[in-house]
Write a protein that binds this ligand. Structure first.
Ligand code: UD1
Length: 423
């Protein structure tokens, strides 16, 4: 892995651009790769993961697995993970604090070793993100938890399958429960499970390892526990949020592009909404092709669990609405306080009024470049694409947030004709 790129915190400079033309290829999905890496903890031996994005979050998850005793090597986008017979089942503060998704090691560690010590994840820019559903579900399978000095100590004398009803279709809780239940005694049913494509990718991976999971991608997942699992090779699904980022860039700058590897069937609602805004997006043999009019039309957007509009797409929609024709109301239903980037968009002239879970976005014909700050991955991406419609220069600092989730956003947008570079 190229550490020079990963530690890159050089600001990104964007200038008014368009129309965009050409083709880009999306990487493997970050939100899938991280969970597949955690799932490797379920069996000793050598795993191969292909199409793994070379991003900071993957590097941090590697560090976490290495801390436990696994050895990992990278060859371009292929990751080889060697998991020993015995591990130190611990996720320390320094690593969990950097990346909340580390919490998904809890399920596999409990399942395989009957014990885990994991730092309590803190808050982040999306506000407080509890893990009560993860813990409650695992308790229902027979785990016990105590918390002291900022660590969760988990133990179990053997997990037993049962019906777990989730209060909300949490992605992380569904993943933790899946990875715990595969080695539990008997049958587990996860009711009100998350249905995201990344859940199906994880279930495919686990089934290939010897697990017996049916129903992934639907609300009720059934897992028949098995005694042991074995290592496999697997190719990570494409990143639908990265694909959505190029579509948003196109919507703002205009033009016609192809996005290789993107899966239209993972992005139905996004594509429908873009259609309402005046874009055409259709599948090709290898991905998607898309065209945008000179100016988008405004629509209302409401985030929901999959197959609804993903909360990760929302900053991209807010950026598009900032320059669309009309007024759009954006409602956040998944996370509290996920509108912080609206203040940054306002710095480049966007007209956005935030009221609690809602943002009212009045589209303007163009924006006005200024220095702005990326607070998280998707907020950073939204600033980048909004900069394509801003006169003058938009300079995005704290760009390291962007490299947490994108292997080469600057290079890819630049190859489509966007005026973008590291400053
Ligand atoms: C994952 C994604 C993130 C995406 C989110 C929703 C990764 C690494 N991250 O996050 O990019 O935005 O899904 O699609 O895959 N909640 C609780 N208690 C819990 C668990 C969750 O109250 O125990 C709440 C959260 O605070 C939030 C909602 O449920 O309001 C959804 O969270 P969840 O689906 O769990 O998101 P993550 O898995 O953290």
């Amino acid at each position: 892995m190229n550490n020079e790129t990963l530690s890159e915190n050089t600001p990104i400079l964007v200038e008014k651009s368009g129309p965009l033309h050409g083709s880009v290829t999306v990487s493997g999905a970050k939100n899938s790769a991280l969970k597949l890496m955690a799932a490797c903890l379920l069996a000793p031996g050598t795993f191969t993961l292909r199409n793994v994005p070379m991003i900071a979050d993957v590097k941090w998850m590697s560090e976490l697995l290495e801390h436990m005793g696994a050895s990992i090597s990278f060859n371009e986008n292929e990751l080889t993970i060697n998991v020993p017979e015995t591990l130190t089942p611990e996720a320390p503060y320094e690593l969990v604090e950097r990346m909340r998704a580390s919490i998904v090691v809890l399920g596999p560690l409990l399942a395989r070793f009957g014990t885990a010590r994991v730092s309590v994840p803190g808050g982040d820019d999306f506000g407080h993100r509890p893990i009560d559903m993860h813990l409650r579900g695992l308790e229902e399978l027979g785990a016990e938890f105590t918390t002291s000095h900022g660590y969760i100590q988990a133990t179990s004398t053997g997990l037993t399958g049962t019906r777990v009803l989730l209060e909300f279709p949490s992605v992380g809780a569904t993943e933790n429960l899946l990875m715990a239940a595969v080695l539990a005694e008997g049958t587990t049913i996860i009711d009100n499970a998350a249905r995201e494509p990344e859940i199906s990718d994880l279930a495919d991976f686990l089934n290939r390892m010897g697990a017996q999971i049916s129903g992934a991608g639907r609300s009720i997942i059934t897992i028949d526990g098995v005694n042991e699992l074995h290592p496999v090779e697997h190719t990570v699904i494409p990143d639908r949020i990265e694909a959505a980022t190029y579509l948003a860039a196109l919507g703002i700058a205009g033009g016609e592009i192809e996005i290789e590897q993107a899966r239209a069937d993972h992005m139905d609602m996004m594509i429908r909404k873009l259609g309402e805004m005046g874009m055409s997006v259709s599948p090709t043999v290898n991905g998607l092709k898309a065209a945008a009019p000179e100016r988008l039309k405004s629509v209302d957007i409401s985030t929901l669990p999959y197959p609804g509009v993903a909360t990760d797409y929302k900053p991209l929609f807010v950026a598009m609405l900032s320059v669309a024709d009309g007024v759009g109301i954006v409602t956040e239903n998944i996370f509290a306080g996920r509108f912080r980037y609206a203040d940054e968009l306002a710095r480049i002239g966007a007209d956005i009024r935030v009221e609690g879970h809602h943002a009212v976005v009045r589209g303007l014909p163009s924006l006005s470049g200024a220095p702005v700050r990326a607070h998280d991955i998707r907020a950073g991406a939204a600033l980048v694409v909004a900069g394509l419609a801003a006169e003058g220069e938009t300079r995005i600092s704290d760009a390291h947030h962007i490299s947490r989730g994108y292997q080469d956003l600057v290079g890819n947008l630049s190859s489509l004709g966007a005026k973008i570079s590291y400053s």
